[in-house]
Structures are given as structure tokens and as C-alpha cells.
Design a protein around this ligand. Sequence first.
Ligand code: GLN
Length: 200
Amino acid sequence: KPQIGVLAVQGDVREHARSLESLGATTRLVRRPEELEGLDGIVLPGGESTTMDKLLRAFDLRDPLRDRLQAGLPAYGSCAGMILLADRVLDATADQQTLGGLDVTVRRNAFGRQVDSFEEDLSMPEMLGESDRPVRAVFIRAPWVEAVGPEVRVLGTVATGPAAGRIVAVRQGNLLATSFHPEVTGDHRIHEYFLRMTRG
Ligand code: GLN
């Protein structure tokens, strides 16, 4: 069984743990550096990226976690977790830092403050296959990806509306990130894809 950590300093930790367990993974809530030992992968949940950044530093987790990611530990960041994985953040707070590793520029709260949350069907052929049904993507004060480096694969873009064409799912090597929250829909295909990444 894969042993998957869920960063548990803040955010919607339980929903990710439930989704991973329903797929047969063992999960471990990670709040201390020792809890990074022996993991096959880690999920960085949604929440508030500025708070998570502060808590990562306060819990002495930031550097050890960043080292693991650089060493190749598979990681999946959703929403605030995507921000934590990004190398560059627009509309960040003055002292906000990220773990980095994903060669992308994300914009926080990109879809507009008046649109707190919305849902949208996304087809993600490269990730899920051409014929599969679309993913119901739930966006909650979500970031989007505004620019990607050459090593980054774009796995999902918004199809319609004012945000059409915006990038909302990316992968670069061991790092996967989505702007949206698959853990709240009962559709486990994104987590399933991530578990396949942890098996190499
Ligand atoms: N707006 C939040 C942030 O900047 C992210 C929201 C979320 O994770 N649902 O961290």
C-alpha cells in the first residue's frame, strides 16, 4: 500500500485523506518534520496559502519539505497547495514564500473576488483519456496559472466563460497541481492519477 502524507497545518485535510484511503492508500497527517519519513507522496491541500506558509515555517517543516520535493518526492497541490508549489506568485502578500519547484507563475484569487466560487466541467484528455467523462471542477477563491516554463505540461484549461483558456492543471515531473478541489466532489480520478505518479 502506498503511504501518502497530507500536509495538515491548515486547510481541507480530511477530504484528501478520505479520497486517498478510498483508493487503497494509507495516509499520514504531516505536521512535524519526522512525519515526512518514508512517504511515497504528499498532498498539499487547499486552504489559505499565506497561513500555510507561516505555519510551515513555524513548524520547521518548510526546509525539510522543500528538500524532499527537490529530491523527487511526488506531490499534489490543490488550490492553496498549487500556490505553495509555484516558483512565482502574483498578488502574494509582502512576506509570502513558497516551497517552489513548479516552474509556473500563479495568480492568487485570480477569478475575481466577486466570484468566490464556481464549478465548471473540464475535459482533461492527457490525464484521463479522450473518452472519459469530464471532471466537475470546483473552484474556491482559486488561483490560475498565468505562465509556464518549458518543462511544464498543461493538463487542464477552462473551456468557456470569461476565464476561457486559463490553465488550471499542470504537471512537471514529480509535481502535480490543480486550481480546483477534486476532494469535494467524490470523483477520485485526480487522486488516482497522483497515486500512479507515486508508483513511478
Ligand atoms: N485564495 C487562497 C490562497 O491564496 C486559496 C483558496 C483555496 O485553497 N481554496 O491561498
